[in-house]
Design a binder for this molecule. Sequence first.
Ligand code: ATP
Length: 271
Amino acid sequence: MFMRTDLTESRPMIEVTGAGKMYGSHPALHEVDWQVTEGEWWGVVGPNGSGKSTLLQLLAATEHPSAGSIQIDGRDISSYTRKDLSRMIAVLQQDGLPAISYPVRDVVEMGRYPYQNWLGKETSDGAAVVDRVLEELGLSDMAERPLDALSGGQRQRVALAKVMAQEPRLLLLDEPTTFLDIKYQLQFMELLSAWRQKNHITIVAVLHDLNLAAQFCDHILALREGTCVGNGTPHSLMTEENIREIFRVSPAMVSHPDNGLPQLLLRREKK
Ligand SMILES: Nc1ncnc2c1ncn2[C@@H]1O[C@H](COP(=O)(O)OP(=O)(O)OP(=O)(O)O)[C@@H](O)[C@H]1O
């Protein structure tokens, strides 16, 4: 039913082969095959409980597959040390940072941890990276302010700055815009987009907002009940029929007036 994405010749950044995950006797993921090429931006979508966060946890190596394999940059994920992984992969959750009283700069500096030696010293110029990231995200003016004096939206921008300071090649995001208003949602996605273009990083983002996913991601992976049920570009995947199959709702699909990308309008259930 669904179209597969054309993959380029370059080596996959992520290769998921027959991956499954059981929690006790509950299968959260089942036989997932998926490849992500370096530099791509994937949205992972699906109903509640379909296995999106579980997939992200397997990619972050915070959970291990019960079946199949996960390769990152050509090597089995289990062969990397935690420090190797933290130099390569950064993870940002929906509520990225708690409202603590640490100054913004200190929090962003924590992103440099993977580059510090056992004395807590960095060989590269971490302070310059932190300054640049603060500048790029418009946070320089609030660098000395404590996190608990910022709004939720500003705090999520600091969370993004922290993962940017980590200089990962792969960024994993779990519903990063959930608590943001529409202006901050857009701003957050645009910042990611600019950063990805500049640094050619790979992004995998679990997103509930299909319209945002269609506008920003090049590819979408759809999960339902732990199984991959679709994998393609927003144009090929976001059709009325597919949305009905995946989410069990019947939307009206329209083309975005700016770029022709598919956008979804919810329809009320007929009584
Ligand atoms: N640590 C766990 N122990 C037991 N079951 C779990 C655990 N984590 C997730 N599950 C179960 O695995 C399934 C997939 O959960 P997961 O959180 O990956 O889904 P999701 O698609 O991210 O959901 P949501 O959109 O609601 O965040 C669900 O049935 C969930 O209850």
